[in-house]
Design a protein around this ligand. Structure first.
Ligand code: FES
Length: 131
């Protein structure tokens, strides 16, 4: 394995990873672990991609159909432990963990929570509890 170089210059680090200084308001994680994959996590992720990108809300490179000014970062993640009640979707900074999310729920999560700031209580297993 190559020995990774360690960069001390924070300005250089931010230049290499512009997401670090982007004006992100919320970070959404969609679990794509083994169990969530079996209950449609790929469709859930696709629904978030479609809903966020059509509204210009997804942070990222324009060349990828995203917006450098987008306030929402969308990320895949591995299992977070809700395996028997997936698909798991986590939203920060509110620390809301949604369970049993299906693709048809995504529009409501985007509209009500990510745009409107109100948690979708019927899907929220954890709502703001400190870890
Ligand atoms: S596989 Fe998604 S929470 Fe475990």
């Amino acid at each position: 394995m190559a020995d990774p170089k360690f960069i001390k210059d924070k300005d250089k680090l931010c230049e290499l990873a512009p997401v670090a200084t982007a004006a992100i308001e919320r970070h959404v994680f969609v679990c794509n672990g083994k169990s969530c994959s079996k209950v449609g996590s790929a469709e859930v992720k696709d629904a978030f991609v479609s809903e966020l990108e059509s509204r210009g809300l997804r942070y990222g490179k324009e060349s990828k159909g995203r917006s450098p000014e987008g306030p929402i970062l969308l990320t895949d993640c591995g299992s977070v432990g809700l395996c028997s009640i997936g698909t798991a979707v986590l939203v920060y900074p509110e620390n809301v963990w949604y369970a049993q999310v299906r693709a048809e729920d995504v529009k409501e999560i985007v509209e009500k929570h990510l745009v409107g700031g109100s948690v979708v209580e019927r899907l929220a297993l954890v709502n703001g509890r400190k870890a």
